[in-house]
Design a protein around this ligand. Structure first.
Ligand SMILES: [Zn+2]
Length: 270
């Protein structure tokens, strides 16, 4: 008879106390080998990058549970192979299985299958990135009061892509598509998102309000005259207005700075 308890080293059994030496492995624990490819290594500690390593697990965990316990969110994973065969996230591993985990690197078109419009929802730390994406015309939800639960709920209900600096947020299984921003700098983050979701062909600069995400349309000067500062009335003739919050836009110095940003991102053809 073997007395095993995975959590406690000793256990009262009738009148006897069974003490399990640490050298005897728990009967429920097993080991599988993992290898993460490409950009998934960004989530791993250096000694686990681009090498096979062992992971000890108990029988009830799915392969998704294990991959996320190791550190990699499911939202960044294209495919999982177990002993060379593709499996779903709900697959349960066996002892000594060999698991290879692949990112979308170079296969980004697969990432967007099943998603209609390129719509985003951002975590509370990404206000500047939200403005930049809106400036390029992308439907981008952002509030600095959003909870993680609210972001995941919006992503599921509206099929929005989650952008975040919080790896744990991307482990929420209801999030359909997400991306963990590697950089902490807005322009680099914008470049990452453009590359990851192949946004270049979908950019429509200055069609969306940077403040509220509403659509902006051209309006006659007379219609917004009362909202304009004196010098703007004098020097500008072309105006746009948000159909949601009614904020007025014109092509002043801010517009030129935005154009420079777009050129830096997309090249001189813009
Ligand atoms: Zn607006």
């Amino acid at each position: 008879m073997v007395f095993v308890n995975c959590k406690k080293p000793e256990r009262l059994l009738g009148l006897f106390i069974c003490r399990i030496p640490e050298s005897i492995p728990c009967a429920m624990q097993q080991t599988a080998e993992f290898y993460f490819h490409g950009s998934l290594n960004d989530f791993l500690r250096s000694k686990k990058r681009k090498v096979w390593f062992s992971y000890t697990f108990s029988g009830h965990q799915t392969v998704k549970d294990m991959i996320e316990a190791i550190a990699v969110p499911h939202a960044e994973i294209r495919e999982v192979l177990v002993n060379g065969k593709a499996v779903s996230f709900s697959h349960r591993l066996q002892r000594e299985d060999r698991v290879e985990v692949y990112p979308y690197d170079g296969r980004e078109e697969l990432l967007l299958q099943g998603i209609g419009d390129l719509k985003f929802v951002l975590d509370v730390l990404l206000g500047t990135l939200a403005k930049s994406l809106r400036m390029l015309g992308f439907d981008t939800l952002y509030e600095n009061t959003f909870t993680d639960k609210a972001i995941a709920g919006i992503a599921e209900a509206e099929q929005r892509i989650v952008l975040t600096r919080d790896v744990n947020l991307l482990k929420n299984k209801i999030i359909p598509i997400g991306y963990w921003l590697r950089s902490q700098h807005t322009e680099e983050q914008l470049a990452e998102v453009i590359r990851r979701f192949r946004l270049v062909d979908h950019i429509k600069p200055f069609t969306r309000c940077m403040v509220c995400n509403g659509l902006i349309v051209a309006v006659p000067k007379d219609a917004v005259l009362e909202q304009l500062p004196p010098k703007t009335r004098l020097y500008f003739e072309e105006f746009y207005q948000c159909t949601n919050c009614l904020r007025v836009y014109w092509k002043g110095s801010h517009y030129e700075r935005m154009q420079e940003l777009i050129k830096r991102q997309l090249g001189e053809n813009w």
